[in-house]
Design a protein around this ligand. Structure first.
Ligand code: NAD
Length: 267
C-alpha cells in the first residue's frame, strides 16, 4: 500500500519526549532516516515518526493537530506498552524500509469532538468530564432523549481506539477500532434506592450525539493527556468528528494479536 506517490522525497518529523529518549538514539535514527533517502522536516512533514510510549503518540497528534489532513503517523516503541506501535526499538531499519516501499497498513481513526461554550475540543482516546471537589451531577441525553441523571465522580466518552485506555479500566468493553463508535463509561457512579444510572458502559453508533447537561460547577474536562477547567458548563455535546488521524502499521499487524500480547499474555 503506497504511503505517498513520492516516497523518495518524503519529509519525516521525529516526535519524542526529550527526557525519555537519549540523544544518541535520536542521532542514530536521524542518520538512518537520511540514509534511506528521506528528508528530516519538523515543520511540514508527510510522516511523523513518534518514538516512545502511547503518551508520545497522543502528544504528536495534538502537536500536528492542524495538519491531520496531510500527515500520517508511524511509531517506534521504546518501552513495554505500546498500543499505537507495531515496530520495536530495534526495528528502525524495517520501519524505514517498509515506509520507503510503501509496504505498511494504513488505519484511519476519527477524533471525538466536545463542544463546550462554543469551543471545540478534540481527542483521540477519550473525553473525560470529572468533578474533583463535589459529586458530578449531569443529565445524560442520547440524541435529544434523556437517558438518566448521573451522579458520581465523572463520565468518560471514548473512541473505539481509546476503548483499551481509561475506558477499559472502568470496565468498559474493548471495541475493534475498525468500528466507528463512542462508548460512555461511568466513574464511581452513585447507585442506591434513590439515585440510579445505567451502571454499565454504553456503546453508541458513529452518528449519534451525547449531550451532558451538568448541574455542577468547576468541572475538569480531560481530553487525552490534556485538561481544561470549565467553571460553569451547562451543556457539553459529544460526537465523532470529521477529523481523522492516519496511523501506519507493520503489514503483519493484527488487532487481535495486539490484544493478546498486551492483555492476555503469550502463554
Ligand atoms: P500515559 O502516557 O502514562 O498513559 C497512561 C497509560 O495509558 C499508559 O499505560 C498508556 O500505555 C495507556 N494508554 C494510552 N492510550 C492507550 C490506548 N489507546 N490503549 C491502551 N492503553 C493506552 O499518560 P498520559 O500521557 O496522561 O496519557 C493519557 C491517557 O492516559 C488518557 O488518554 C487515558 O486513556 C489514559 N489514562 C488512563 C487512566 C486509567 O486507566 N485509570 C487514568 C488516566 C489516564
Amino acid at each position: 500500500m503506497s504511503v505517498t506517490s513520492k516516497n523518495q522525497n518524503m519529509k519525516i518529523a521525529l516526535c519524542y519526549k526529550t527526557e525519555k529518549i537519549d540523544d544518541e538514539l535520536v542521532s542514530n535514527i536521524k542518520e538512518k532516516v537520511l540514509s534511506y533517502g528521506f528528508e528530516l522536516n519538523d515543520s511540514c512533514p508527510d510522516v511523523v515518526l513518534f518514538i516512545g510510549g502511547d503518551g508520545t503518540f497522543l502528544r504528536a497528534v495534538h502537536q500536528y493537530y492542524n495538519e491531520l489532513h496531510k500527515v500520517k503517523f508511524i511509531g517506534l516503541c521504546k518501552g513495554h506498552l505500546g498500543f499505537f506501535y507495531s515496530y520495536d526499538e530495534n526495528q528502525i531499519d524495517a520501519l524505514l524500509s517498509d515506509l520507503k516501499r510503501g509496504e505498511v497498513k494504513s488505519e484511519s481513526h476519527q477524533l471525538i469532538k466536545a463542544t463546550v461554550d462554543n469551543e471545540e475540543i478534540y481527542a483521540l482516546n477519550e473525553i473525560r468530564i470529572e468533578s474533583p471537589f463535589h459529586t458530578l451531577i449531569s443529565d445524560v441525553y442520547i440524541n435529544d432523549e434523556l437517558l438518566e441523571t448521573f451522579r458520581g465522580n465523572g463520565l468518560v466518552v471514548s473512541t473505539s481506539l481509546g476503548s483499551t485506555a481509561y475506558n477499559k479500566s472502568l470496565g468498559g468493553a474493548v471495541i475493534y477500532p475498525s468500528i466507528s463508535s463512542m462508548e460512555l463509561s461511568e466513574i464511581a457512579p452513585i447507585n442506591n434506592t434513590v439515585y440510579h444510572s445505567l451502571h454499565s458502559s454504553l456503546i453508541i453508533d458513529k452518528d449519534s450525539e451525547i449531550v451532558l447537561k451538568t448541574k455542577t460547577d468547576n468541572i475538569l474536562l480531560g481530553y487525552d493527556h490534556l485538561n481544561k477547567n470549565v467553571k460553569f458548563a451547562s451543556s457539553i455535546s459529544l460526537r465523532l468528528s470529521n477529523k481523522v488521524v492516519v496511523l501506519l502499521r507493520n503489514k503483519d499487524y493484527s488487532y487481535t494479536k495486539l490484544l493478546k500480547s498486551k492483555f492476555v499474555g503469550d502463554k
